[in-house]
Design a protein around this ligand. Structure first.
Ligand SMILES: Cc1cc2nc3c(=O)[nH]c(=O)nc-3n(C[C@H](O)[C@H](O)[C@H](O)COP(=O)(O)OP(=O)(O)OC[C@H]3O[C@@H](n4cnc5c(N)ncnc54)[C@H](O)[C@@H]3O)c2cc1C
Length: 491
């Protein structure tokens, strides 16, 4: 896992935080604050980890049960961070400073990173090093949630960075071996961190050209699953691309080997791998890598490699149908993570700059419809056979719809390969609601040193402005629970 320096100050604050957390479980409180914390969280709700059938409803009315596994100090901190993150101008100013030249001035950089570290970083990230991440994973595990470990690397430009990133992913997989069984649900990887971005663009161009002209020969191409459908836009590639040079082929081979090492390590550690989806310019190459790895490693009813489908794309449903059909024909158990998609503004900008219509659904209702239809299709497939799905969403309606369909068709937890997932620090009410309804729920947890995770935090702020203000439900319910605890203490 990531090696990094944890400052003494951070160690102390973590100690204080964990003391407060432990104290909240201790009925013999020694101070009014501790007594308030203890009164507020006892008794913790029973967390049923047996394979009982799920209840059909995701209930947000009983905030005591919903947030029972969070201490008052955790609730207060979460509510405060979400409140600040939902104030548009604060996010705007913060982003402007972090993207500006001011960050080159050491003092300013230290102050900004220090502030981010003790606020947003602490709220949205699992920690800087192995020890911190392991603590977070265990804490979530005790609360009945699982963790998707995301060593938060952004894209790589050259082979040396790809090799360094590979080491980081391998260390993450290795670290899952010492965690409580089942607490790490997935290890996450980004293909753009182990294959140079320029090569992903070249391979995507070549794959698109072959889709337009099936006789176009790609000598390096491995066995894979369908990457495009009839409805897939191919506007990124308007001219016939040059074949890969010898150097590029070598680099492709090295990138493929890196992914194979990651997959093999996941097989040995018995933890599945979730491969993130990125922007459409490089997504064909990412799907190519993902599906060719899935053919090799997804065996014996056990999908080890999960690809990602972005439901905001107009061709998402068609691609999902095609890939499912072909995988079934080849007897490859398919693993799919379903998301709405996080690159909305850049996708629309790129398409319009090339004079084409956006690949993203024209209305948000179309995206919602596509997400819910794909989720329903994935649930049917889980019930029928050996495929697995991660329904990654903060959308309460989608979560509830999928939960009630899963209940209807008898998908219980543990034995079935269904995972609901939300980003760490987001949609706590939905995560706990789904957990209480009897489903497996994971938090997607980016980790790593603050400056390394900064692009992730910026991306979250920039691309999910709607999402941050949509933390409304969480804030409302947290306020309600804090009020209830306060009343209980003063009663
Ligand atoms: C566990 C997990 C893993 C993820 N992995 C990935 C990944 O690999 N790749 C990736 O791209 N993203 C990923 N995401 C982010 C995800 O794609 C979304 O950005 C985020 O989850 C918001 O969608 P939602 O389902 O939570 O829905 P909501 O909370 O309902 O969010 C809806 C958002 O969708 C956007 N939107 C989509 N379509 C439209 C449209 N047609 N018109 C207007 N707005 C629209 C809006 O910005 C709106 O804010 C992941 C998210 C999670 C929780």
């Amino acid at each position: 896992m990531a090696r990094s320096i944890v400052s003494t100050q951070s160690k102390i604050s973590k100690k204080v935080f964990f003391c407060a957390f432990n104290r909240s479980l201790n009925t013999a409180a020694s101070s009014p604050a501790a007594a308030f914390t203890a009164a507020a969280t006892s008794p913790p709700p029973p967390i049923d980890l047996t394979d009982s059938p799920a209840t059909p409803t995701v209930d947000f009315t009983d905030t005591r049960t919903l947030f029972g596994s969070l201490s008052t100090s955790e609730l207060l901190r979460a509510a405060a961070n979400l409140h600040v993150a939902a104030i548009g101008p604060v996010v705007d100013v913060g982003m402007r400073v972090m993207n500006s030249k001011l960050m080159d001035v050491e003092v300013i950089r230290d102050v900004v990173l220090g502030t981010v570290k003790h606020t947003f970083y602490r709220h949205f990230c699992a920690g800087e090093d192995d020890a911190a991440v392991a603590k977070t994973v265990r804490r979530l595990h005790d609360a009945g949630l699982r963790s998707m470990l995301d060593y938060a690397l952004e894209y790589a430009d050259d082979e040396a960075s790809c090799d360094r990133n590979l080491d980081g992913f391998l260390r993450t997989i290795e670290a899952t071996r010492s965690l409580p069984p089942g607490s790490a649900s997935f290890v996450v990887t980004k293909v753009s961190a182990i294959c140079p971005l320029r090569l992903l663009e070249r391979v995507s161009d070549l794959l698109r050209w072959q889709q337009k002209n099936p006789s176009f020969n790609l000598p390096w191409k491995l066995k894979t699953l369908p990457i495009f459908s009839e409805s897939s836009p191919l506007y990124h590639t308007l001219e016939q691309p040059k074949p890969l040079t010898h150097e590029e082929e070598k680099s492709l081979q090295m990138s493929h080997e890196r992914l194979m090492k990651i997959c093999q390590s996941c097989v040995e550690a018995n933890v599945p791998l979730a491969i993130d989806a990125e922007h459409t310019k490089v997504q064909p190459a990412i799907d190519y890598f993902t599906y060719s790895a899935a053919i090799i490693h997804n065996k014996d009813h056990n999908p080890i490699v999960y690809g990602t489908i972005q439901a905001y794309l107009k061709d998402a449903k068609d691609r999902l149908l095609l890939v499912t059909k072909e995988a079934a024909k080849m007897k490859v158990p398919l693993g799919i993570k379903l998301v709405r998609g996080a690159y909305m503004s850049s996708e629309s900008k790129l398409a319009s700059s090339l004079g084409f219509e956006s690949p993203i659904h024209n209305t948000i209702q179309d995206t919602h419809f596509c997400y819910n239809t794909c989720a329903s299709f994935l649930l049917d497939n889980i019930a029928k056979g050996s495929s697995g799905a991660i329904l990654a969403t903060h959308n309460v309606e989608s979560g509830k719809l999928a939960a009630s369909k899963a209940y209807e068709i008898g998908i219980g937890k543990m034995k079935q390969k269904l995972e609901f997932a939300q980003l760490y620090g987001m949609s706590e009410a939905l995560s706990f609601g789904l957990r209480n309804a009897g489903f497996q729920v994971s938090k997607y947890m980016p980790f790593g040193p603050v400056d390394m995770v900064m692009p992730y935090l910026l991306r979250r702020a920039e691309e999910n402005r709607g999402l941050l203000s949509a933390s409304n439900l969480d804030r409302q319910l947290m306020r309600k629970e804090l009020g209830r605890r306060m009343k209980e203490y003063f009663r």
